[in-house]
Design a protein around this ligand. Structure first.
Ligand SMILES: [Zn+2]
Length: 452
C-alpha cells in the first residue's frame, strides 16, 4: 500500500498529480497570480508569529496585525471563497488536496489484494443503517463502463483501512472511535453504485449536485465517494463552525468526501477527505493553515495549502504520516484536557458519525411555512415542510378546525401540500401543526381574514 505522505506535510508544491502540476506553470504565465500568491505567503507568515517560540524572531507590530487578521478570518468562513449551499446549509470545500508521493492521480489504482484477516475491518454494529452514518458510494459516468463488480471488495478494504486511522488515532488519545459506516447484512461496508453524467464528474460541486438529485442528500448521512475519474486526488466539504457541542453543523449531513481513482488505494487520502467531513481542521485551531488544514509535520491533515501556503513546523515523527492530529491539540482528541482548545471548540472526536460518541436524540430542525400567510376561508394555501427525517410519515393538522392531512417527507426531508382554509375558521391567527412518525414536530400560523 502506498503510504506516507511527506509532500502533504512538508512541501508547498506537491511532487505529483495532474491537478497540482498545473498550478506552478499557470502562475508563471500570470504575473498577477504570482503577486497574489506572494501576498498569500506573506499573510500566512503573520499568524505564525503568534506561535513563535523563544528561538524564533518576534516582530513588534505582530499583535496588531494578528488582531485584524482574526477579524478578517471571522468574516470569511470559506477561505478562497469556495462555498456552496447544499440543502439550505452552507458547505465549504478546501480546494483539491495533492496526491501522496508516488501516486499518479491519472492512473486508476489496481484492485486491492484480498485482506487476510478481519483485523482491519470497519465496525459493524446495530442494524448498520440507523442513526447518523457514512454511506460509501461508487460514482461513475453513465456514458462509461461500471467497474463496480471489479472494485467492490477493494472499496471495502480501502475504507476499512481509512477507518483504522480513526481508531488508532483515537486510541492514542485515550478513547475508541470508529466510523459509523452503513453496513450490509454481510457486515461489510455497504457500497452503492451511482451513475451520473460524465460532465458532472469534472467538478466537485457538480458531482455533489448529481448524487443529491438521486437522493444522496440526507441529513443523517455523510457520503464517501470513490469517483471513477482522474480529476482530483481528493476533495471534501467541511463547515466552518468551531463551536463545541452536538449542535455543531459538522454533526449533521449531508456532507461529501470525494476520492478519485488514482488515490483510491491511499488510506491517508481516504481518511483525510473523510476527516474533513467530520469538521476538520477548523480555521481557529492552534496550528491552523487557515485553509481547513494544519501546519504540523507530520500529520494526515497537515500540509502547506491554498490560499496562504503557510510554512510547516516539524513537531511529530513519521508515525503521524498515518495518524491524525500531531499534538492532539487541533482537531481530534478523544479526551482533551479541560480548558484546552479542543475542550472548548469543535473536536471531531465528538462527531456523532463515529462509534464511541454518545448518540444524541434527533435534533428537531423541522419547519413549516404557509403561503400566503394571510388568507380568507375556503382559499387554498400551500404548506411547505422542511427538515423532516427522510421518508417520515407526517400528519398535518389545522388545529382549530380539526382538519388533517398526511404526507410523506422526501429523501431530502421535504414535502408540500395544499390546504383550503376550512370554511368555518374563525378570524385571526390559526395554528397548523405537523407531527412526524420519527418525532419531528413543527408549527406555523395563518392569519385568517374575515369575509368581505
Ligand atoms: Zn484536505
Amino acid at each position: 500500500m502506498r503510504e506516507p505522505d511527506a509532500a502533504r506535510s512538508s512541501a508547498a508544491t506537491p511532487r505529483s498529480g495532474k491537478f497540482t502540476r498545473r498550478r506552478p506553470s499557470a502562475l508563471r504565465r500570470h504575473g498577477l497570480a504570482s503577486a497574489l500568491m506572494l501576498a498569500g505567503i506573506l499573510l500566512a507568515l503573520l499568524p505564525l508569529l503568534e506561535h513563535a517560540g523563544p528561538g524564533l524572531p518576534q516582530v513588534g507590530n505582530g499583535m496588531a496585525v494578528a488582531k485584524s487578521d482574526r477579524t478578517r478570518r471571522a468574516a470569511e468562513p470559506c477561505p478562497g471563497g469556495q462555498t456552496e449551499r447544499v440543502n439550505g446549509g452552507k458547505l465549504c470545500s478546501h480546494g483539491p488536496d495533492p496526491a501522496p508521493p508516488g501516486v499518479d492521480i491519472a492512473q486508476r489504482a489496481t484492485p486491492a489484494r484480498r485482506a487476510k484477516s478481519s483485523a482491519n475491518r470497519a465496525a459493524c454494529r446495530d442494524d448498520g443503517v440507523s442513526g447518523p452514518r457514512v454511506q460509501t458510494l461508487y460514482v461513475y459516468s453513465a456514458e462509461g463502463v461500471s467497474a463496480y463488480e471489479r472494485y467492490l471488495a477493494s472499496f471495502q478494504t480501502w475504507a476499512d483501512a481509512a477507518d483504522r486511522i480513526f481508531l488508532e488515532s483515537a486510541r492514542a488519545t485515550g478513547g475508541d472511535r470508529q466510523v459509523r459506516f452503513v453496513t450490509g447484512p454481510d457486515c461489510r461496508i455497504d457500497v452503492r453504485p451511482v451513475a451520473v453524467s460524465a460532465a458532472s464528474l469534472n467538478d466537485f460541486w457538480a458531482t455533489v449536485q448529481a448524487i443529491s438529485e438521486q437522493g444522496h442528500n440526507r441529513t443523517d448521512r455523510k457520503y464517501l465517494m470513490f469517483v471513477d475519474a482522474t480529476r482530483y486526488c481528493g476533495i471534501a466539504s467541511v463547515v466552518g463552525d468551531d463551536r463545541p457541542g452536538s449542535s455543531n453543523a459538522n454533526n449533521r449531513g449531508p456532507s461529501y468526501a470525494r476520492v478519485d481513482a488514482g488515490c483510491w488505494a491511499s488510506r491517508t487520502a481516504v481518511a483525510h477527505e473523510l476527516m474533513h467531513t467530520m469538521g476538520s481542521v477548523q480555521n481557529s485551531a492552534p496550528n491552523t493553515s487557515r485553509g481547513f488544514h494544519c501546519i504540523d509535520t507530520f500529520d494526515v491533515m497537515c500540509y502547506s495549502d491554498a490560499p496562504y501556503y503557510p510554512t510547516m513546523i516539524q513537531r511529530c515523527s513519521n508515525e503521524f504520516m498515518t495518524r491524525f492530529d500531531c499534538g492532539a491539540d487541533d482537531y481530534y482528541n478523544a479526551a482533551p484536557r479541560a480548558g484546552s482548545y479542543l475542550a472548548t471548540h469543535w473536536n471531531a472526536a465528538n462527531n456523532v458519525f463515529l462509534y464511541g460518541v454518545e448518540q444524541q436524540p434527533p435534533v428537531a430542525h423541522a419547519s413549516l411555512t404557509a403561503r400566503p400567510q394571510r388568507a380568507r376561508a375556503k382559499r387554498a394555501i400551500t404548506i411547505e415542510l422542511r427538515g423532516f427525517a427522510p421518508g417520515e410519515q407526517t400528519t398535518v393538522r389545522w388545529q382549530a378546525a380539526g382538519v388533517v392531512r398526511t404526507v410523506t417527507a422526501s429523501a431530502a426531508g421535504a414535502a408540500s401540500l395544499r390546504f383550503a382554509v376550512p370554511a368555518k375558521t374563525k378570524r385571526g391567527r390559526s395554528t397548523i401543526v405537523a407531527t412526524g412518525s420519527a418525532g419531528s414536530r413543527a408549527t406555523t400560523t395563518v392569519q385568517v381574514k374575515g369575509r368581505r
